[in-house]
Design a protein around this ligand. Structure first.
Ligand code: ADP
Length: 441
């Protein structure tokens, strides 16, 4: 092939020389001036030099290389040509297969309803599927193009920047974009993971608007319902207290009536506690932003422990508090709710006398707080269920102790809002310890 090309080059050069000779002959016949000859010849020489440099020399050097390797392998020109043709055919076949494979992946990604794009390290988008193009309306634009031109959403850009360079998958729930083409798609779960050697990243958006709306509706329902029920219940409870007091003043108030009243009283209080906890839980769930501040937990623990102890006049409880880390960076009211629920549980589940040990320390960028009691403990097979809503360990034991089964769900949600962690260790009849860990900023 290359030899053919080289011969062709020599052929064109011969034609060129013939044309030049013809022009010279015509000029000579018409008695042209020597300057005209000179211009034609200089132009011819320049053109020829360009031609030789661009085509003849590279082709000749290529031919020499092929020839020298062919001499090594003792191949004739015909064999070299045949082998090049074979390789050419194989290359074209490979190219076709590659293009087909490419098309397959493209069709596959286009068939996804989820928007997908591939980004390189410089935040340039190098591939988008149809859903992504439709969502951001940029089908006409040419790839690659900068992410910044698709959306000005700073949060999105920051998240992608922080994901790039990471080997693991980064996730983020409930991402929102403003001004999208389809107003019904507002919330997305976002996943970013490396596709090859940390140089390109696949960014997958999953529309979760309906789920988010359903969650929102459920939260609103629980909150509104609890609110509505709590009001008449509180009034009912108040009126009953009045009635009880009035009847007790009367000499003929029989003790069995008093018992009925105690039962009604206990149960309305239980219901009120339940709706209060439901309201607390839904308010924590719906809270978008928490307000973190430096909170002195020593002061908080002092007044909380004193207040809570008054609810258990028949128990002898000792608080053993030693704090190496006194200031936590948390939302004041939410953190107070966490301590209240955990210490109240310890007080509730210590049967008569006991010790509640509270320790805190700072380690590796985290503030840790441990609340430990020597109460009844939790059976091993039920430990991982205690954070579930309405879950109460062992119904016979729980029915004696008042509770809603929501306290630890509230605690878990509050800790999650702080990007924190909670760990529980417990042994039946020996006690329980909760370790809370908060990242310190
Ligand atoms: P409750 O209102 O029933 O206390 P929680 O959600 O606070 O609900 O706790 C769930 C269950 O976990 C409780 O019913 C109890 O059985 C168990 N539990 C929680 N804290 C302790 C503790 N300190 N000691 C023993 N059991 C506990």
């Amino acid at each position: 092939m290359t030899e053919i090309r080289y011969r062709r080059i020599l052929f064109f050069q011969a034609i060129f020389l013939i044309v030049l000779a013809l022009i010279t002959f015509i000029l000579f016949k018409e008695n042209s001036k020597p300057i005209q000859f000179l211009i034609v010849w200089i132009a011819a020489i320049i053109l020829n030099l360009i031609y030789v440099k661009r085509y003849a020399l590279p082709t000749r050097s290529l031919l020499r290389k092929i020839r020298s390797s062919a001499i090594d392998e003792d191949l004739s020109w015909a064999e070299i040509e045949e082998s090049i043709i074979r390789k050419d055919v194989a290359f074209n076949k490979q190219k076709e297969a590659f293009e087909l494979e490419n098309l397959k992946y493209k069709r596959l990604l286009d068939s996804l309803e989820d928007p997908v794009c591939i980004l390189n390290k410089n935040l340039l988008i190098i591939y988008v599927n149809q859903a992504f193009g439709a969502l951001f309306d940029f089908a006409d634009q040419k790839l690659p193009f900068p992410l910044i031109e698709i959306t000005r959403n700073l949060e999105f850009q920051e998240f992608l920047k922080s994901s790039i360079g990471q080997e693991r998958t980064s996730r983020r729930s409930y991402f929102t974009f403003n001004q999208l083409q389809d107003p019904h798609k507002t919330f997305f779960d976002l996943k970013v993971f490396p596709v090859d050697n940390l140089s390109n990243y696949l960014c997958l958006l999953h529309d979760v608007t309906e789920r988010k709306m359903a969650d929102q509706m459920r939260e609103d329902f629980v909150s509104n319902f609890s609110h509505e029920v709590r009001t008449p219940l509180t009034i009912l409870n108040g009126q009953m207290q009045n009635l009880k007091e009035a009847l007790l003043k009367e000499d003929n108030f029989e003790s069995r009536f008093a018992q009925y009243f105690v039962k009604i009283d206990n149960n309305t209080r239980r219901l009120i506690n339940l709706f209060n906890d439901l309201l607390r839980l839904s308010s924590v769930e719906s809270k978008k932003d928490i307000i973190k501040e430096s909170v002195n937990i020593e002061e908080m623990l002092t007044y909380l422990t004193q207040d809570l102890l008054t609810n258990y006049p028949n128990k002898k409880i000792l608080f053993d508090i030693l704090l190496d880390q006194k200031v936590f960076f948390v939302d004041y009211h939410l953190f107070e709710q966490v301590l209240l629920n955990l210490i109240d549980n310890s007080l509730k589940y210590i049967e008569h006398n006991g010790v509640i040990t509270i320790r805190s320390h700072h380690e590796d960028g985290w503030d840790h707080l441990v609340i430990k009691d020597n109460g009844v403990g939790i059976p091993e097979d039920q430990i991982n269920r205690i954070f579930e809503r309405f879950f109460r360990v062992d119904s016979s034991r729980s029915s004696e102790i008042e509770g809603t089964g929501l306290g630890l769900s509230i605690v878990k949600h509050i800790i999650q809002k702080h990007d924190g962690r909670i760990k529980v260790q417990s042994k039946l009849l020996e006690g329980t310890s909760f370790t809370l860990s908060f990242p310190c900023n």
